[in-house]
Design a protein around this ligand. Structure first.
Ligand code: FAD
Length: 260
């Protein structure tokens, strides 16, 4: 399954999408293109966001289930990425793709708002995954620095090294507890837009620092593809871009709370 929202000319600004689904009898006829779609090469079906009326902006979009075997739906390109190479990412094209109107998810015309709701889950899941990854990365780095020696002592004995790792671990602890609090709020069916945006923003930024520090304290071996740090460094970069860039999280936050 893939979430198909982003287009060549519409990424951060979801309201600018132009892929269109037009009702014809009891079917949607879909034309357009989607870009950077995770699992797009191997997915059996897509959750597609498309324009279903002439209303611009946030209005007039719907979510539609599109089986990928439907005639007219093609993988135009399998994309080559910096990281996360174990997951495929695709550009997709739609040329008179026909699916039943019954494949509409939720309400016609409410697609944008439904999609935003899904993004809150996606952003929180991204933050949770990163907390797990950072915890393991710091543990592995500490283990390595206990046994790696320089200047007659384990590297971990250097105050600078230990303090830097303690700093990152402290920030990670805050994020972990914050993430639990977000989950509690979501379980109570409360709006978590602000919390999910904060969690993703902080997680993306912290993960970049953690990945960079892990490579740095491993030295040369950390830069080698044979060491986990290299892949972690490449994979870590995505969190501040995918699922809404850091600046988009800041845009949301600057329009809420004290700013509203
Ligand atoms: C590996 C990968 C997997 C992805 N998977 C999916 C997927 O499965 N489904 C899907 O629909 N999409 C997916 N995406 C798309 C992803 O959500 C978009 O790349 C992301 O939202 C940014 O959009 P864009 O790339 O068009 O960047 P643009 O919108 O062109 O923005 C470029 C940069 O400009 C800055 N920027 C943007 N807006 C503002 C602003 N208001 N203020 C200040 N700065 C700003 C940000 O730094 C941003 O990174 C994926 C992307 C990647 C890289």
């Amino acid at each position: 399954m893939s979430i198909a929202v982003t287009e060549p000319d519409a990424g951060s600004d979801v309201a600018a999408i132009s892929t269109r689904a037009v009702a014809d009898g009891d079917e949607w006829v879909i034309n357009g293109a989607k870009l950077y779609i995770t699992n797009g090469v191997q997915a059996d079906w897509l959750c597609l966001l498309a324009r279903t009326s002439g209303d611009g902006g946030y209005a007039g979009m719907s979510q539609i289930i599109v089986p990928t075997a439907t005639p007219g739906l093609e993988v135009s390109r399998k994309l080559d990425k910096l990281g996360n190479r174990s997951s495929d990412t695709a550009e997709l094209s739609f040329s008179d793709v026909r699916v039943p109107l019954a494949n509409t998810i939720g309400e016609v015309g409410q697609g944008f708002f439904q999609q935003m709701d899904q993004f809150q889950h996606e952003r929180l899941i991204a933050a949770y995954l990163s907390v797990g990854g950072m915890t393991r990365a710091l543990e592995r780095t500490i283990t390595y620095l206990r046994q790696r020696r320089a200047f007659g002592a384990p590297l971990l004995d250097n105050q600078y090294v230990a303090y830097r790792l303690a700093e990152l671990d402290s920030e990670l602890d805050l994020l972990r507890e914050y993430s639990y609090a977000c989950a509690e709020k979501m379980m109570q069916n409360k709006d978590v837009t602000r919390q999910a945006s904060i969690a993703k923003l902080i997680a993306g930024r912290l993960q970049r620092q953690v990945a960079d520090t892990c490579i740095q304290f491993h030295g040369g071996v950390g830069y080698m593809e044979e060491t986990w740090t290299a892949r972690y460094f490449r994979d870590s970069r995505l969190l501040s871009i995918g699922g809404g860039a850091d600046e988009v999280m800041l845009r949301i936050l600057s329009r809420m709370g004290a700013f509203a």
